[in-house]
Design a protein around this ligand. Structure first.
Ligand code: UD1
Ligand code: CA
Length: 422
């Protein structure tokens, strides 16, 4: 895919989202929607990616650092947005075609993008677009075809006549253009529509009128091309993406007891024969080994690494911590910034106080330790191998519990032989 560049339009404000965050930065399963598009085109081997930014450009650039961004200073429409990439694409002799995507369609699959490009290249078209048949096409641009079924133009919802509004074939908003045809078309479009914008979609009519071939690929997977314009659509996209993530994880040999009530973000990794119980949240950057039991009602936050055969039970929250194999943390616990060894038992209600109001500190609990019910560990602190804390003990900062010893009380003190006698 060396001779193709991708232009992703992400300058719009997304007014209908009613948000102070640019639309394309809203998260879907823990990842901004714009990044799904960038990751997908990179995965199919397109290295040259240009993102058109505008509304809160600084925020968008910061989120996708390393990706070439071009500023569209005034939001004059999708056609104007693409024109911002004109000089950079025309200058680049290695690029013949431009794949154009809208930043608000994060569910597009790599397969359909590849299919579109293949059709475009094999038919040698000036432009190839992705269309779909929808029973309810409201809101989308409609595809107008000639009696010979050739594409004539695209009409936007606002500009469509009552006859055009009943057309069920819609413009998905994914295009592959020959770059010269693209800028030829864009030079000729005018903002003579209800929104008074330069529409990229109008470039299609310019091409067909000049007898330049316009081809199409049709998809019937309505989930793929959902455009996120409102919070309700963001919610729908979240559901679709969540299902995809859960399906991938179940495919890898993991049991999810109730997929409708399990929330796993896009890059969590879980190994086979682990069972996830309902109402569990597993966020990004979490790795879980095999044969574990997680939940119900567990929350595993970023930076959590869980070994094999670990039991994490209800109302347990873990962040930035690693848990060694065979360890059990079954009931109502908070574990933060902690390294826990193998075969440790963390009693019900144990809290790691990792934050002193200014800084976060580390806690270490070594292999085979037994942390009694309701223990509070004030970080930084270390509990040595095989050590025990009594129920309700408060282990204060830097008062490390020596290996093999038992501590009890507030503040926790080593229970020695003499104590044992009295
Ligand atoms: C667009 C298409 C429509 C298609 C639909 C599919 C046009 C004119 N219409 O409509 O045919 O059915 O997508 O979802 O293209 N943007 C800019 N700069 C601008 C304006 C928009 O970068 O000046 C970006 C937006 O950030 C957004 C994308 O372009 O990511 C699409 O714009 P949007 O306003 O959502 O277009 P739709 O009305 O959905
Ligand atoms: Ca849109």
């Amino acid at each position: 895919m060396k001779n193709i560049a991708t232009i992703i339009l992400a300058a719009g404000e997304g007014t209908r989202m009613k948000s102070s965050l640019p639309k394309v930065l809203h998260n879907i399963c823990g990842k901004p929607m714009l990044e799904y598009l960038i990751d997908n085109v990179k995965s199919i081997g397109i290295d040259k990616v240009i993102v058109i930014v505008g509304h809160k450009a600084g925020l968008v650039k910061k989120e996708i650092c390393g990706i070439k961004c071009i500023k569209q200073s005034e939001l004059l429409g999708t056609g104007d947005a693409v024109s911002r990439a004109r000089s950079i694409l025309l200058k680049d002799n290695k690029i013949d075609n431009a794949l154009i995507l809208y930043g608000d369609t994060p569910l597009l699959s790599q397969e359909i993008i590849k299919k579109l490009i293949e059709k475009h290249v094999s038919s040698n078209a000036g432009a190839t677009l992705l269309t779909a048949q929808l029973k309810n096409p409201t809101g989308y641009g409609r595809i107008i075809r000639s009696s010979g079924k050739k594409i004539v133009k695209i009409v936007e919802e606002l500009d469509a006549s009552i006859y055009e509004k009943v057309i069920e074939e819609i413009n998905v908003g994914v295009y592959c253009f020959n770059k010269r045809a693209l800028f030829y078309g864009l030079e000729k479009i005018k903002p003579d529509n209800k929104k008074e914008e330069y529409y990229l979609t109008d470039a299609i009519e310019v091409l067909t009128k000049s007898n330049i071939l316009v081809e199409s690929v049709t998809t019937n997977d309505a989930e793929e091309f959902l455009g996120v314009n409102t919070r309700a659509e963001l919610g729908k996209a979240e559901l679709v993406m969540r299902k995809r993530i859960l399906d991938r994880i179940m495919d890898g040999g993991v049991t999810i007891i109730d997929p409708n009530n399990t929330y796993i973000e896009h890059d969590a990794e879980i190994k086979k024969d682990t069972i996830i119980y309902p109402y569990t949240f597993i966020e990004n950057n979490v790795k879980i080994g095999s044969n574990c039991s997680i939940g119900p009602f567990a929350r595993l936050r970023p930076g959590t690494i869980i070994g094999d055969s670990v039991g994490i039970g209800n109302f347990v929250e873990i962040v930035r911590s690693s848990i060694g194999q065979e360890t059990k943390i079954r009931h109502q616990c908070y574990i933060g910034d902690t390294v826990i060894g193998k075969n440790v038992n963390i009693g019900a209600g144990t809290i790691v106080a990792n934050y002193d109001g200014k800084e976060k500190h580390k806690t270490v609990i070594e292999d085979n330790a037994f942390i009694g019910t309701g223990t509070i560990l004030i970080a930084p602190v270390k509990v040595g191998k095989g050590a025990v804390t009594g129920a309700g003990s408060v282990v204060t900062r830097n008062k490390n519990v020596p290996a093999g010893k038992t501590v009890v009380g507030i503040p926790a003190r080593v229970l020695n032989k003499r104590n044992n006698k009295t």
